[in-house]
Ligand binder design. Sequence first.
Ligand code: 1HE
Length: 268
Amino acid sequence: MPSDRHPLLNHAATQGVTLDMQGAVAVVQLRRPGKRNALNDGLVAALRDVFQNLPTAARAAVVYGEGDHFCAGLDLSELKERDAGEGLHHSRSWHVALDALQFGRVPVVAALHGAVVGGGLELASACHIRVADESAFYALPEGSRGIFVGGGGSVRIPKLVGVARMTDMMLTGRVYNAQDGERLGFAQYLVPAGQSLGKALELATRIATNAPLTNYALMHALPRIAEQPADHGFLTEALMSSIAQSAPEAKDRVRAFLEGRADKVRRS
Ligand code: 1HE
């Protein structure tokens, strides 16, 4: 066990979220397969705690689900007794947890398989990269359950696939398969069944070798620049790029290329 492990990570494990380090990659697993990794309050709080307290050695992370499905979304058994005020705070608690993931210290790669539905799709959409295997399918059953997304999905999912497609999914119960999901932007990578975790680990291991300030800029500056008016965006970009290039690591990497010690970009 790493010496900098936060006690909350041990508590998270009792709530169904475990964290293991594989080199510089934090591997986060949802472990509630009997309920298809449906997210109850304990699990959402555990996700928040894990991403707020990643070991300092982590330079990238992977999230995946145990069993046949990534995540069945909100645990519907917790919904029935909630009044409007409690529902508001419940939704905000998801926002805090998924913000901790999206705007934390390291880029997060989701390894998707089986159901990626409802709050499961909201969780996946908070990750920086999504790798799906051929068993993955995407849906927003909230529409059929008489509710609305509450885990940030109305903000994040249209950024992946557009407002029109999300509206259609919620109005009609439309389900997208893995092939269509990759074509439309739910996932950036599609791999054979059973290989999403391996591919996600491979990508995260590569991401972990980037300069930390480059990863920080991509996680924290890029999405905010996308929300800014162009003239604000250009200024934010200039500030971020000047900070990134001033780091000693950037100087070393550029020097390595100029001295023929770094990889060239090659055709894929
Ligand atoms: C659950 C949940 C859940 C499964 N809450 N218990 N999400 C949904 O509307 C999706 C609901 N789930 C499903 O459509 C299916 O379960 C799956 C397609 C994901 C998987 O099917 P399958 O055949 O592998 O499993 P199953 O037999 O349906 O479920 C196994 C058990 O998990 C069963 O409980 P059991 O005690 O009878 O064994 C299910 O009741 C339970 N289970 N999914 C509670 N979601 C922040 S707002 C977000 C809003 C939403 O996410 S709404 C969408 C909720």
